[in-house]
Design a binder for this molecule. Structure first.
Ligand code: PGA
Length: 247
């Protein structure tokens, strides 16, 4: 486990983008696992800058997003497809056909999830999976209680997550109650995992994930089982850590 503690979200974005750019340069057809939420935005801003100013090339990159709300059309401004288009894809040279986000409007969720997993396998797996972390320790929409072996599937959001996400909607009533999420088992198969966290409100979850027992109460604790995880976190998000880490 590597833990890189930085002073600001911007610095976190630069550190994380440098790790991804390194990977992209070492392997054509790099496969990125992407997350939504406010945390990865500085990373996406830096990747866009590197594309524009340094010529970072996404033309052969393939991507899979972690999750999507169920029953929210991709055209809705709060859909995760819309988010990732707007915050990243529209400003880089990725081929839209190489980008994948679960379809929250599918009428056969189970088959769709199986196909999503098969598509990841077909391209040889995810090279680098970007993750945020919920205040309750969730990764993707794998809420507390999710099996560490879980695969892509439909999940119910906890009241806490609905409350957290209500800031993006007119009211909590409008937040979808279900989502499709890659499973923790799916995430653990990525070659490399990059977990990002900013803000004091994430400090407890970060400490539980890194220093607590591996348990389904804290889904991110499952990452302790993976051989190549890097946390890039701000000082406030790291404030409840007690151990020394390699950076
Ligand atoms: P946030 O969400 O980046 O908006 O804080 C992270 C998450 O819930 O996984």
């Amino acid at each position: 486990m590597r833990v890189i503690v930085v002073k600001s979200p911007q610095e976190m974005g630069k550190e994380a983008a440098a790790i991804i750019a390194d990977g992209m340069c070492s392997k054509p057809h790099y496969v990125l696992g992407l997350a939504t939420g406010s945390t990865p935005v500085p990373l996406y801003n830096e990747l866009k800058r590197m594309h524009k100013e340094d010529g970072l090339d996404f033309s052969t990159t393939v991507s899979f997003n972690l999750d999507e709300y169920i029953a929210l059309p991709a055209t809705h401004d709060q859909s995760y497809r819309c988010f990732i288009d707007e915050h990243l894809f529209d400003d880089i040279n990725i081929v839209k056909g190489n980008t994948h986000v679960p379809d929250g409007m599918t009428d056969d969720i189970e088959t769709h999830c199986m196909i999503y997993e098969a598509m990841i396998e077909d391209v040889g797996g995810i090279d680098c999976q970007v993750l945020g972390i919920g205040g309750n320790g969730h990764i993707g929409f794998n809420e507390p209680g999710s099996s560490l072996a879980s695969r892509t599937r439909a999940v119910d959001l906890t009241p806490e997550t609905i409350r957290d996400n209500a800031r993006f909607f007119k009211s909590a009533d409008e937040v979808p109650k279900r989502a499709i999420s890659m499973g923790i088992g799916t995430v653990l198969e990525a070659e490399k995992i990059l977990l990002l966290a900013t803000g004091a409100n994430k400090a407890k979850a970060v400490a539980a994930a890194l220093e607590g027992p591996v348990c389904i109460k804290v889904p991110a604790s499952g990452l302790q089982l993976h051989p190549d995880v890097t946390y890039v976190i701000t000082e406030d998000a790291a404030s409840q850590l007690t151990l020394r880490y390699r950076s």
